[in-house]
Write a protein that binds this ligand. Structure first.
Ligand code: TPP
Ligand code: MG
Length: 334
């Protein structure tokens, strides 16, 4: 007999798989269509890293906040973001979540608590901490989640932000996706050997844990526990998840031929495809069957194709809007 609790666990797992498959399909369809030259902004795809986006996104509530960086598509979609608004944004269209002015790296959508992503590495970390302070001042039980890559931990602002979050016991979840590279630079040219990020922030007074970022069940479990404890007022947590981007740093290609990482290393991560692993786990546990997977795959591809059609058919913003929404007035030519 399936109990209510078992049913809800199964539904959660199914929803996380659906979210991962949707992110994968969106990213891979962007990769295929990028050469059409209709998407003209730099685009950092997260193929291979979907487990973190989907499972963390699912562990958060719609009214929680999230911020991200340049590789933000998965974080936005996982948080409940609007696929059509994201694709319209990447196409520079007025129907985009930033009215076509932001592009791939600047996704903001207050309707789903996605308060922003920026191209400045580490730039949204203090913003996420500030959101945590706003939650504390308003005395709600929301959580502010900050997504960043391991490269951002090499920025001074990361340590200032960790310090302030600890000092003020803020409701902030730091989620580091350690994919081993910052553009073409591997970890060993950037950080001393055997540095432990969790060890560093623990020394600063923050609770921290690392995990397998290609295992959606583990990501969900660790994130869910962390989020619950943050809601109880126990203060900030850092989670570091090991994962790997399959495609080039920026753009749709595979660039292992450049020599900054080996084909062997890449293949070893692809063999641990997070979507495939989670799908197999759900098949094994009879949460889904092959027919469900086929139906989900077809429905998601159709949704993505329709979102592309919507984005392509939408209008560019009118030039009269060029200076709307700016923080500072810009000198206009008469
Ligand atoms: C302050 C700043 N320094 C450098 C860059 C150039 N840059 C863009 S993305 C990136 C890599 C960041 O690596 P990581 O944080 O690990 O994220 P990943 O690309 O691996 O997801 C760098 C160095 C930048 N955008 N901003
Ligand atoms: Mg990285």
């Amino acid at each position: 007999m399936v109990t209510k609790i078992q049913h809800s666990v199964a539904e959660t797992r199914r929803a996380i798989l659906h979210s991962m498959m949707r992110i994968r399909c969106a990213e891979e369809t962007i990769a295929v269509r990028y050469a059409d030259q209709k998407m003209r902004c730099p685009t950092h795809l997260c193929t291979g890293q979907e487990a973190v986006s989907a499972a963390v996104g699912f562990a958060l509530r719609p009214d929680d906040f999230a911020v991200s960086g340049h590789r933000a598509h998965g974080h936005y979609l996982g948080k409940g973001g609007d696929l059509r608004a994201m694709l319209a944004e990447i196409h520079g269209k007025a129907a985009g979540c930033c009215r076509g002015k932001g592009g791939s790296m600047h996704l903001v959508d207050r309707a789903v608590g996605f308060i922003g992503s920026t191209a400045i590495v580490g730039g949204t970390i203090p913003v996420g901490v500030g959101l945590g302070l706003s939650i504390q001042l308003r005395n709600t039980d929301q959580v502010s989640c900050i997504f960043f890559g391991e490269g951002a931990t090499e920025e001074g602002v990361f340590y200032e932000s960790v310090n302030f979050a600890v000092l003020r016991n803020l409701p902030v979840l730091f989620v580091c996706e350690n994919n081993l590279y910052s553009v073409y630079s591997p970890l060993h040219v950037r950080q001393p050997e055997n540095r432990s990020l969790c060890g560093l922030v623990r020394q600063m007074g923050m609770r921290a844990e690392s995990g397998d970022g290609n295992d959606a069940a583990e990501v969900y479990k660790k994130t869910h526990q962390a989020v619950e404890s943050i809601r109880e007022g126990k203060g900030p947590v850092l989670l570091e998840f090991a994962t790997y981007r399959w495609r080039e740093h920026c753009g749709p290609q595979i660039d292992n031929d450049l020599g900054y990482r080996t084909e062997e290393e890449s293949q070893s991560w692809i063999a641990r495809d997070p979507v495939f692993l989670f799908r197999n786990a759900l098949l094994e546990d009879l949460v889904v069957d092959e027919a469900d997977i086929d139906a989900m795959t077809a429905a998601i591809q159709q949704e993505v194709n329709e979102a592309f059609e919507y984005a392509e058919a939408s209008s560019f913003p009118d030039s009269s809007e060029a200076f709307d929404g700016l923080f500072a007035p810009v000198g206009r030519t008469q």
